[in-house]
Write a protein that binds this ligand. Structure first.
Ligand code: SIN
Ligand code: CO
Length: 394
């Protein structure tokens, strides 16, 4: 069966099909161009807002300048000053700011369309502003990305040729492809979106001024998983358990590492790939909610006792700190809730409520916590992972 590479989105199905069909046929498999699935996104933020954010100390911002005549690429890292923007050429540059969803609730709302993907799999919304001709050059990404066109037009060219060469140019620190022969060439208008699985060569070029919202995924590498799991398992092991050899025989050839040595080395190793699900979930929940975190939560000035919190909840909204990642798993009793690398054992309803949305009514959180979950709720507020916003005065 062939799968269309271009479809039309609707308000109810921004990707032009039910999530299950998108996951089955496109996710991590093949690109998809969706026309008109995100018609309201141009209002989410403006070029001035983005430039303002790029001047903040904590923001992750880059400017990429291309000199088409000499095909020279320059990368500048933020934070920037207002005067930096005044000095830029008229054409062929772009400003890119990562994690904009953490700073701007309107941009974060774009993530609602991707709620069918586990939240710990989503990295951020990167927003780019480009003048005519601006872009970051032909490249491949390691992660899935949804490139949603906000304002203006952008020409996207991609290659779905599995034999496309992936070598980088050596004349720039940007990882640009040495060769790029597109198989598809599209003009994206505001509201259109292009999904790309990892490893697809692509190049976006602004036609006039444009803004693009990239919803980027994250996926730890095998090396990162292995290193972190090894550290997790090593911590409680202590110093006593060591390589041992009560069956040692006198060496025939000094210094030889023979089969008997290898068998003892193997026996001394913990069996890291055969952990039971509870141990694996405990490690993975801690790992994935701390993985690639750009900022840590700051505790509020005045901590609240669970009783004080219970009194305030009915007249508050509860907001997750956008930089604190939440995930949960079923535990023997209730749930294990993971937040920014820590584990909190709590009622199932509380874990589900806090993970479901970025924000909930205080009364809803209170009900989900019951009596047994109030200490965890208070701990999360007092660590700065949850913020209370008063909606009514007492
Ligand atoms: C962009 O220029 O907005 C997106 C960069 C990319 O291709 O990942
Ligand atoms: Co890319």
């Amino acid at each position: 069966m062939t799968h269309a590479i271009e479809v039309r989105g609707t308000p109810r199905q921004p990707l032009g099909m039910p999530a299950a069909r998108f996951l089955r046929n496109y996710w991590q498999k093949r690109p998809l161009l969706v026309r008109g699935g995100f018609p309201h996104f141009h209002q989410a933020t403006s070029a001035d807002d983005l430039a303002g954010l790029a001047c903040e100390e904590a923001a992750l911002a880059r400017i990429v300048i291309h000199e088409p005549k000499r095909d020279r690429w320059t990368l500048r890292n933020g934070p920037f000053m207002e005067t930096d923007f005044a000095k830029l050429p008229k054409q062929s540059w772009t400003l890119l700011v990562q994690d904009v969803d953490k700073w701007d609730m309107d941009v974060a709302a774009l993530l609602d369309a991707f709620a069918f993907i586990p939240s710990w799999r989503v990295d951020d919304v990167m927003v780019s502003y480009a003048v005519d001709g601006g872009g970051v050059g032909a490249h491949v990404d390691q992660y899935d990305v949804f490139l949603v066109q906000g304002r203006g037009q952008r020409r996207w060219r991609i290659s779905i040729d599995p034999r496309a060469p992936k070598e980088f140019r050596d004349d720039t620190e940007l990882k640009l492809l040495r060769e790029f022969t597109p198989t598809h060439d599209w003009m994206l208008e505001p509201g259109d979106a292009l999904y790309l699985p990892p490893g697809v060569p692509h190049e976006g070029t602004a036609i006039g001024e444009c803004m693009t919202f990239s919803v980027g995924m994250r996926a730890p590498s095998q090396a990162e998983l292995l290193l972190d799991l090894a550290e997790y398992l090593a911590e409680p092991l202590g110093e006593e358990r060591r390589l041992s050899d009560p069956d040692l025989r006198a060496a025939r050839h000094a210094g030889e590492i023979d089969a008997a040595v290898l068998a003892r080395v193997r026996a001394a190793m913990p069996r890291i790939f055969h952990e039971d699900d509870a141990t694996l979930a405990d490690w993975f929940g801690r790992f994935i909610t701390r993985y690639r975190s750009a900022q840590v939560a700051a505790p509020p000035v005045h901590p609240l006792a669970p009783k004080q919190l219970a009194a305030r909840l009915p007249r508050s909204r509860v907001l997750r700190n956008p930089f604190s990642r939440f995930a949960w798993t079923r535990a023997r009793r209730g749930a294990a809730l993971f937040v920014a690398g820590e584990r909190f054992d709590c009622p199932l309803a509380l874990a589900k409520t806090l993970c479901a949305r970025r924000e909930c009514a205080g009364g809803e959180a209170r009900k989900a916590a019951g009596e047994s979950g109030m200490a965890v709720l208070a701990a999360l507020v007092n660590a700065g992972h949850l913020h209370l916003i008063l909606t009514r005065s007492p």
